[in-house]
Design a binder for this molecule. Structure first.
Ligand code: ATP
Ligand code: MG
Length: 177
């Protein structure tokens, strides 16, 4: 990370209870690869990469201005993507999740933040650098996504640590009558 920049991404954190259940299941299955720590389980909404420190304020304002209803997220498939990322993914992407990601992308683009052009693929990474590439059904780990966050990703001797810089509720806009 070069000086004067922050490695940032918007994400849905995995609630503590579901994270514990997911880790128990993962560890019982002895999935190949390096396990992601329980505290780091999340679903990336938009990866911003290295951003100038002085853009943080605008990004926090952007997060605060997003209005999107809460939704039920059900991760019921095991899959392996890229260079051996073993993940949980939803078999159906909730419309509100698509909307949230599209809204973030649009507003980030309007601020001149260039994002990865690959299509959004909702996933929660369980292990990395796996040589075996499992695919198939998984228990339906499910929770109501009621907020999203902006994480700062920091390198530490123990691996990546995510620091929450902002957190916003997911809620339908209030009717103005
Ligand atoms: P490390 O890379 O140090 O092992 P990490 O992958 O947990 O740790 P980051 O690389 O900062 O931390 O990534 C944070 C999140 O953003 C992860 O979910 C990662 O999969 C995702 N991510 C990283 N790079 C990209 C990218 N180019 N496009 C989309 N998502 C990305
Ligand atoms: Mg990474």
């Amino acid at each position: 990370m070069s000086e004067g920049t922050l490695r940032l991404f918007f994400a849905l954190p995995c609630p503590t209870e579901q994270a514990a259940a997911i880790c128990t299941w993962r560890d019982e299955r002895a999935l190949d690869g390096r396990p992601v720590s329980r505290a780091n389980l999340h679903l990336t909404l938009a990866f911003l990469g290295a951003q100038p420190v002085d853009r943080l304020e605008a990004l926090l304002a952007l997060g605060a201005a997003v209005q999107c209803p809460a939704f039920q997220l059900t991760l019921d498939r095991l899959t392996t993507i890229g260079k051996g990322f073993v993940c949980l993914r939803p078999s159906e992407t909730p419309a509100a999740l698509e909307y949230l990601v599209a809204t973030l992308n649009e507003r980030l683009a309007a601020q001149g933040v260039v994002l990865d052009s690959r299509p959004f693929l909702p996933h929660l990474t369980l292990t990395r650098q796996a040589r075996n590439r499992p695919h198939g059904p998984a228990p339906a780990f499910s929770w109501r996504a009621e907020h999203f966050v902006l994480y700062l990703s920091q390198n530490t001797p123990d691996g990546a640590r995510y620091v929450e810089k902002g957190r916003w509720p997911l809620q339908a806009p209030k009717a103005t009558t």
